[in-house]
Each structure stands twice: as C-alpha cells, then as structure tokens.
Design a protein around this ligand. Structure first.
Ligand SMILES: [Zn+2]
Length: 117
C-alpha cells in the first residue's frame, strides 16, 4: 500500500485541522500551522454519486465521499463501492492511496475509501 499523499494543516493555537490549506485559521484567525498527515481509518461524513465523468474514467459513475480521519483531517476521495446501497453516513472506511483513473495510459493516483463495516 502506498502512503497517503496528503498534508493537512493543524492550527498551532486552537488545534483546528484544515485541508486544503487556508491562509488563516477558520476558527481563530491564527496564521501558524503544523503540517500533519491523515492517520488511521476514517469515518464517512457525506457522499454523492457523479455521472457524466470526464474522459479517462472507464466506469459509468463514481461515488465521491468526504471522510474524517481519526486525527481530525477531512479529505475527499473516491468511495470504493459498486453502489450507494450499503453506504451510510458515519460508517468506517479504510483510506487507500490507489489508482483512480488513467490518463495517457498512466495511472493517476488519488484517495480511495474502502467501506469496512
Ligand atoms: Zn486556530
């Protein structure tokens, strides 16, 4: 398994985690951040199905979700499921850094969430 290539930014003052980067903390306006990586499994916060995919995807639709890691990092990724049946908000997902599509014959890597409940 490849490691997850995401850096999130934790406010040094109040601890709020930002991903992607914000200039100032959304909670306390501080400009000092510590870089952290997502850790552990994640909890599915929301998901949606996207049809009409751009060129390079060979599936008919994608399920995209936002999940929150154990250390508070929230990130968007592809949900590794055949349909939304069986998905539920708050369920545990395992994050993987995996090929999400192909471009010019090469794999493009991104975040994938695999339901583990
Ligand atoms: Zn803050």
């Amino acid at each position: 398994m490849m490691s997850i290539n995401i850096v999130a930014y934790k406010c040094k003052k109040c601890g709020r985690v930002h991903f992607p980067f914000h200039d100032r903390c959304l909670a306390c306006k501080s400009r000092e951040f510590e870089e952290i990586a997502p850790k552990g499994n994640a909890k599915l916060l929301t998901y949606t199905t996207i049809f009409n995919l751009p060129w390079g995807f060979d599936q008919r639709f994608l399920i995209i979700g936002i999940a929150e890691f154990e250390n508070g990092v929230k990130a968007m990724g592809q949900v590794d499921a055949q349909s939304v049946e069986g998905l539920k908000l708050g369920m545990k997902v395992r994050p993987n850094w995996a090929s999400v599509r192909q471009q010019h014959g090469e794999d493009i890597y991104g975040l994938k969430f695999e339901p583990i409940e």
